[in-house]
Design a protein around this ligand. Structure first.
Ligand code: KIV
Ligand code: ZN
Length: 514
């Protein structure tokens, strides 16, 4: 029997805590489906008590996913735990994940509780959760900066109360690989009932060592669960990147002698989907999923690769799901070819009406752009559904720009049940278009980021625009795609406004929660 590491994906919870990365219910379901194809063992779908919107999203993921365990985070109190349990009602396999801080700093300054109170609350909450769910994980928040004797007492009690997984987070990304590995080993050695639970690592990337720390936790410490996110998405410098730990275990099996159940060929599609939905662009030199990860630009490297690819490649691009940008469909492709390509890409369409809508969007794009790539199809589908409660919708745009004159743009959009148009000038055509929208919406939001990315190569490509807005302490990202980057910009701005407009997205952040 091979020794297996459980892959616990928290893109939809810890990843989503990254400012601007908040996702809608439909977006979470789309990502959860891809995580299931990737064969992650556990999907942490959200933090049910953080908002009504997140509760609904977890419930929708729980109703959709069949093969992975679906998990909700909860603070160590009855109300949060009941909320998590209710959201997970329809899950085929479920887990409640309770967290409570154990470091002196967090107990004193954040929780204002004594260590004995923390110990009692941890015990009580696990007991309560075990009455609702057989699979209960307990996380000692800021565990790595906790006092060893106390941490061991808490973990021993947690296991006695029925916690099945014990997680030791490096919440602030302070650890060093060797020290973190030894820390996990010491805890496991000193907790007398440690063999009754699975030990888990959860590392943040503030010093750029989240992946290395997680791997040390497994190799030196003996942990058998890694908590991670696609593209390393997460607050501040992010979390452990799933693609990096999984490919490290696989590529260096000679060293780790461990396996994960991940289907690596789904890694790149997962990375692209998360990036497209959140608007967090993957840096080109990012390991495994960056656009340059398998590009061999220098002459010497190219020569070596042509003679024998192992000279410079330790992994094969196709093994992690990179496919050459191939033209898959065009203007003359029919409905069946489109449907088949969706199936090959693992994109599920349940209702016939949805297929008709998707096909008509495909035809519109094929009229604008003769060659349709897989990436285009993914983007058509990513922006496919009209979200519940979407207040603004793009209809059309007309703009005029000429050298030496200020550009003018006229935008027509759906606002609630009214169709409205406005005209505005700007420094450039994008600025004029967003000014026109703002003159209708009057959001007063501050623009934190505007970025354009080409979905495939060449000027024929669709532009993918991300707009990040901030208002009243909330930060949201909007993403829009279109072969016309001005239209893509308008769509991205409207998508961000929709997120600001929806009060159900107001959310309590787990790491900030008292
Ligand atoms: O980083 C952390 O401590 C967490 C816990 C809630 C598990 O995300
Ligand atoms: Zn975390």
């Amino acid at each position: 029997m091979e020794d297996k590491v459980i892959i616990f994906d928290t893109t939809l919870r810890d990843g989503e805590q990254s400012p601007g990365a908040s996702m809608t219910k439909d977006e979470k379901v789309r990502i959860a489906r891809q995580l299931e194809r990737l064969k992650v063992d556990v999907i942490e779908a959200g933090f049910a008590a953080s908002s009504d919107g997140d509760f609904d999203a977890i419930a929708a993921v729980a109703a959709t996913v069949k093969d992975s365990i679906v998990c909700s985070l909860a603070r160590a109190n009855d109300k949060d735990i009941s909320r998590a349990s209710d959201a997970l009602k329809q899950a085929k396999s479920k887990r409640i994940h309770i967290f409570l801080a154990t470091s002196p700093l967090h107990m004193e300054l954040k929780l204002r509780m004594s260590p004995e109170q923390v110990l009692e609350q941890a015990k009580r909450s696990i007991r309560f959760a075990r009455n609702l769910c057989d699979d209960v994980e307990f996380s000692a928040e800021d565990g790595y900066r906790s006092e060893m004797d106390f941490l061991c007492r808490v973990f021993e009690a947690a296991i006695n109360e029925g916690a099945t997984t014990i997680n030791v987070p490096d919440t602030v990304g302070y650890a060093i690989p060797e020290l973190y590995g030894e820390f996990i080993k010491t805890v496991r050695t000193r907790v007398p009932n440690s063999d009754k639970a699975v030990w888990s690592v959860h590392c943040h990337n503030d010093l750029g060592m989240a992946v290395a720390n997680s791997l040390a936790g497994v190799k030196i410490g003996g942990a058998r669960q890694i908590e991670c996110t696609i593209n390393g998405l997460g607050e501040r410098a992010g979390n452990t990147a799933l693609e990096e730990v999984v490919m490290s275990l696989r590529t260096r099996k000679d060293y780790f002698n461990l396996v994960s159940g991940i289907d690596a060929s789904q890694i790149v599609p997962a990375s692209k989907l998360v990036s497209q939905i959140t608007g967090f662009v993957v840096q080109p030199n990012k390991a495994v999923v960056g656009a340059n990860a398998f590009a061999h630009a220098s002459g010497i490297h190219q020569d070596g690769i042509l003679k024998a690819r192992e000279t410079y490649e330790i992994m094969r691009a196709e093994d992690v799901g990179w496919s050459a940008n191939k033209i898959v469909l065009g203007k003359l492709s029919g409905r069946n070819a489109f449907k088949q390509r969706l199936q090959e890409l693992g994109i599920a369409i349940e209702a016939e009406g949805d297929l008709n809508d998707a096909f008509s969007r495909f035809k519109t794009l094929a009229d604008q752009k003769s060659e349709i790539f897989d990436e285009d199809i993914i983007s058509i589908m990513a922006g496919s559904t009209v979200e519940e409660g979407e207040f603004y919708r793009f209809i059309s745009l007309k703009q005029h720009s000429q050298t030496g004159e200020r550009p003018i743009s006229q935008v027509t959009l759906q606002m609630g049940d009214k169709e409205v148009s406005a005209e505005a000038e700007g420094n450039g055509p994008v600025d004029a278009s967003l000014n026109a929208i703002e003159s209708i919406a009057k959001s007063g939001a501050e623009q934190l980021l505007y970025s354009v990315n080409a979905i495939t190569s060449g000027t024929q490509s669709q532009g993918e625009v991300t707009v990040r807005l901030s208002k009243g302490g909330r930060i949201v990202n909007g993403v829009g795609t279109d072969p016309d980057i001005i239209a893509a910009s308008a769509k991205a701005y409207l998508s961000a406004l929709n997120k600001l407009h929806d009060p159900r997205r107001e959310k309590l952040n787990a790491q900030m929660a008292p």
